[in-house]
Design a protein around this ligand. Structure first.
Ligand SMILES: NC(=O)c1ccc[n+]([C@@H]2O[C@H](COP(=O)([O-])OP(=O)(O)OC[C@H]3O[C@@H](n4cnc5c(N)ncnc54)[C@H](O)[C@@H]3O)[C@@H](O)[C@H]2O)c1
Length: 351
């Protein structure tokens, strides 16, 4: 593969598209659906960043669904995102049913500003929509030397431990720690798999790992075309974490929880998602101080890297490293997309 240049390259059955070109196309697609350019650029940036970090399940593959929501009016293309309440260290934000990435980006800007004054600050958001990966927003805090913690709920897909009916969403949680070099990024769903991975397995006609999904009748399945419910990660542990994420994201913000969340990804649904998000930021300067914190994190990372790898592993990695490696590679080579997906994006971009 050659370094990516200004025009996409086709290699076998994938197209390698440069990040700038993909961002421009996605932004145009959002603008064609009525989103102002500034917000369209923000939303495009969050999608392309996921692909750059190798999280393809939450990248540009989601564009068509967002655009459909904007055109149908289930997502507001011109939201008036506003701070409805703020106190010493807390902010409450009304997302006015805007694109989740637009609402969450605004919330994170407010949070960073407040946390630098207070040392610890939290923002709760209501009336928002799906926003992609949690760490995308927390990385903005880490870039300012802050620790970021985030939770988000979603439409009901995950069966509780011991149950068969969907209740919670895949409810990811994330922790991002500023570190010498690149931040540490812990970011995953509390479920055994995600809907994005099921969609990917369907497209690639691959089976799902055992113990991750249930069919319509509540029976275990590895067939992605039958998988409609997802099991918690690590049994009761993932279940407990999914519940905690639901409380922070939904209940604390006065949003519908679990099975009451409108299933926005179904084509026949006409009502807004009304999702909640929660972010917490912590400034290490208010605790041990930035230098000891940095030194401690640096030492921990070094010692983890030096620890002996298990058979089959080249090295022990720190969370965030796999995505950093992919980022470096994709900035150089381009983002691999199926030709169908690239065609769809260009069509949505009205080009
Ligand atoms: N918005 C939503 O509703 C929603 C729902 C579910 C998931 N998501 C997002 O989807 C993304 C993927 O979720 P997932 O559950 O598939 O994540 P995953 O199972 O791929 O785990 C990813 C995490 O594990 C770390 N990791 C992976 N391999 C590692 C290794 N060898 N050593 C050390 N760390 C390693 C990664 O750095 C990352 O922190 C997340 O960014 C999440 O926020 C969003």
């Amino acid at each position: 593969l050659k370094d990516v240049n200004s025009s996409p390259q086709t290699t076998g059955n994938i197209v390698l598209v440069g990040a700038d070109e993909l961002r421009t196309a996605c932004s145009k697609a959002f603008q064609c659906a009525g989103t102002p350019k500034r917000d369209a650029d923000l939303a495009a940036e969050s999608l392309v960043d996921s692909n750059l970090r190798g999280i393809d399940t939450h990248g540009v593959i989601r564009l068509a669904k967002y655009v459909r929501g904007l055109k149908k009016g289930t997502i507001n293309p011109r939201p008036k995102v506003k701070v409805t309440h703020s106190a010493l260290a807390t902010i409450q934000i009304d997302g006015d049913n805007g694109l989740g990435s637009v609402v969450a980006s605004r919330a994170m800007r407010e949070l960073i500003r407040l946390c630098k004054r207070t040392g610890v600050a939290a923002v709760g958001i209501h009336s928002s929509n799906h926003y992609g990966t949690v760490s995308y927003y927390l990385l903005k805090a880490a870039a300012q030397g802050l620790i970021g913690i985030g939770f988000v709920h979603g439409e009901s897909l995950q069966a509780p431990f011991g149950g068969t009916e969907p209740f919670f969403g895949t409810n990811p949680l994330a922790f991002v720690f500023p570190a010498p070099g690149t931040p540490i990024v812990v970011d995953f769903a509390t479920s055994a798999t995600t809907f994005g991975r099921i969609m990917q397995a369907r497209a690639l006609e691959r089976s799902l790992p055992e113990g991750t999904a249930l069919d319509k009748q509540g029976n275990a399945t590895t067939d992605p075309s039958q998988a409609v419910r997802i099991l918690p990660a690590a049994g009761h542990k993932g279940y407990g974490l999914a519940l905690a994420v639901e409380v922070f994201s939904a209940i604390l913000n006065g949003c519908p929880f679990g099975p009451h969340v409108p299933p926005v990804f179904r084509d026949d649904i006409e009502e807004p998602g009304r999702l909640g998000h929660f972010f917490l930021a912590i400034d290490p300067r208010f605790f041990c101080g930035i230098d000891p914190f940095s030194a401690g994190i640096g030492r921990m990372v070094r010692e983890l890297h030096e620890s002996k790898p298990a058979p089959g592993f080249e090295t022990v990695m720190v969370p965030g490293e796999p995505e950093n490696r992919t980022y470096t590679e994709r900035i150089r080579l381009g983002i691999p997309l199926s030709p169908d997906l690239w065609d769809t994006i260009q069509r949505l971009a009205c080009t």
